[in-house]
Write a protein that binds this ligand. Structure first.
Ligand code: CFM
Length: 541
């Protein structure tokens, strides 16, 4: 079945109104003529989405990997539990006595009475208790849905406690789960508060020559460890990583770096933009997923500093690392060549991991994000044409101005000179321009659509998350989790690429998948018809 036809028949199963809406979120790709896709809009109630909530994006994603902030979830215990290291973000404290609160799960454990009479007192007590126990440098408060519904003012509580302590930065996040249409809103809220309360608090700088930040790298399965080693080998200092293997001290002087490198554009572009306006630090897009892309990204850093010694060191490192990845590709590629993959995940990886599959000679048949915005699909050039709807207006846009003392005109001049020579800054081309003509792109895919794709195309591997994993595997197709990496990783950089090649080769050649029969393929299932007007079609059974 052609993709055009599938796209249409799959979508036509929906009731008319749903069909009209979902149709705008699915298309056959043409990199030469990137079309407009619907993204970052509400999921239709009743559809099983892959998405998570705003609190997850703020607490779990952006702030989760920072080890020395006591992150308190203000809300019922369940929210805290589900953001408690389930993402496999790792950390490595400087030494045995360094603070690491990531293994704890701090929650105010709200009860019915707090919902009825208010939870501010409970929150104050929790902050006080955390302070007395740990004397941390910072305490952050994350609002869950009920906090917004009952109107607790977490920011007022934070201000009060901060003033009372005097030696502990306390700040809050209005990241109630319902605040946006997905976790993407939580990223934005996290970026705003980190920028307001932390970045710029420490002006000290080391005297190393090449100082950069890595933004949008979260150290899943140890990715950041691989990249830190790689940067060190090249002689490049990582001032801060947002926020894989990070400490609040790194954030506080991130503004002293000379360049921001963005991995995951979706989750952190706001910090990069604000840092550029206030401090003059330019940003450029990188990707350390895949050997080729890792090499390209390192070369970008070399080109930025225009230092012959750095450039030759980077080339040496690339040559050395490529030996490993070339050897691994030669070993595993015969088992993967010509096989197919589908990737439906997050707001970044569904794009980046296509490079790794290409290195294995595998074809990406279909891909899509859970919660990305149009710019992540179509490129930042469409930003001016994105309509700001009521849901996005819900999220505060900070008004940032140039810092009169700390703004670096020198960095901006360097950026302008390099742009003349063709180097790209402040840009992301998006997923669609890089995908093959004829591949399918679907935003916020539903479980039903996913099952249909698997049923018709039987890809050799499907990449998504835990919610999809067992449904897909029961259909006889291996599923690789691209959020947590299952139990594997690291997959970033050159060492990561070798791990990924090996893992995928194993998965796509395991005979067990051919032996699996889904329970529903042999037993009859209930069927029903949608109750609606003239376009009624029988639902699938
Ligand atoms: Fe960025 Fe991420 Fe991702 Fe993301 Fe996430 Fe993630 Fe992801 Mo899961 S920050 S958008 S909100 S790269 S947790 S580390 S894997 S959905 S594609």
């Amino acid at each position: 079945m052609s993709f055009e036809k599938l796209d249409d028949t799959m979508m036509k199963t929906y009731p008319t109104k749903v069909y009209r809406k979902r149709k705008k979120a699915a298309m056959v790709n043409d990199p030469g003529e990137v079309k407009e896709i619907q993204a970052n809009v509400r999921t239709i109630p009743g559809i099983i989405t892959q998405r998570g909530c705003t609190y997850a994006g703020c607490k779990g994603v952006v702030l989760g990997p920072t080890r020395d902030i006591v992150n308190i979830t203000h809300g019922p215990i369940g929210c805290g539990f589900y953001s408690w290291l389930t993402r496999r973000n790792q950390t490595r404290p400087e030494n045995e006595t360094s603070e690491n609160f990531m293994t704890y799960c701090f929650s105010t454990d709200m009860q019915d009475s707090n919902i009825v009479f208010g939870g501010e007192k409970l929150l104050k007590d929790a902050i006080q208790e955390a302070y007395d126990l740990f004397h941390p440098k910072a305490i952050a408060i994350f609002s869950t849905c009920p906090v917004g519904l009952i109107g607790d003012d977490v920011h007022a509580v934070a201000r009060e406690m901060k003033a009372q302590f005097g030696d502990c930065n306390v700040f809050g996040f209005s990241c109630e789960g319902y605040k946006g249409v997905s976790q993407s809103a939580g990223h934005h809220i996290a970026n705003n508060q980190i920028f307001k309360h932390v970045i710029g608090n420490d002006d000290s700088r080391s005297d190393s020559k090449f100082r950069v930040n890595l933004l949008g790298e979260y150290n899943i399965g140890g990715d950041a460890f691989v990249l830190e080693e790689l940067f060190e080998k090249c002689g490049i200092e990582l001032v801060a990583t947002f926020s894989g293997n990070s400490s609040i001290d790194h954030f506080a002087n991130a503004h002293t770096a000379d360049l921001n490198l963005i991995m995951c554009h979706r989750s952190i572009n706001y910090v990069a933009e604000m840092m550029e306006v206030k401090f003059g630090v330019p940003w450029t897009k990188v990707n350390f997923i895949g050997a080729e892309q890792s090499a390209k990204s390192l070369r970008k850093v070399g080109a930025y500093f225009e230092d012959p010694q750095l450039i030759s060191r980077i080339e040496e490192v690339i040559a050395e690392e490529m030996l490993k990845t070339d050897e691994a590709a030669a070993k595993y590629r015969p088992g993967t060549e010509g096989k197919t993959a589908m990737l439906f995940v997050g707001g970044s990886r569904a794009h980046h991991y296509q490079d790794l599959f290409a290195e294995l000679g595998m074809k990406t048949l279909a891909a899509g994000y859970e919660f990305a915005h149009r710019d992540d699909y179509e490129g930042r050039r469409v930003l001016p044409s994105i309509k700001v709807d009521a849901d996005s207006r819900n999220i505060e846009e900070l008004h940032i101005e140039k810092d009169p003392e700390r703004y670096s005109q020198a960095l901006q001049d360097r950026k302008a000179a390099l742009m003349e020579k063709g180097m790209e800054f402040s840009d992301y081309e998006g997923m669609m321009a890089q995908m093959e003509k004829g591949a399918l792109v679907i935003d916020d895919i539903s479980h039903y659509e996913m099952e249909k794709l698997v049923e018709v195309y039987k890809p050799d591997v499907f990449c998504a998350g835990i919610k999809e994993k067992y449904a897909v595997q029961k259909m006889g197709i291996p599923l690789k989790q691209l959020h947590s990496y299952d139990y594997g990783g690291p997959y970033a950089g050159f060492d990561g690429a070798v791990n990924f090649y090996k893992e995928i080769e194993r998965m796509v050649n395991t005979n067990v998948w051919g032996l699996i029969k889904a329970p529903w393929s042999t037993q009859s299932a209930m069927s029903a018809k949608y109750a609606r007007g003239k376009h009624a079609v029988a639902s699938h059974t």
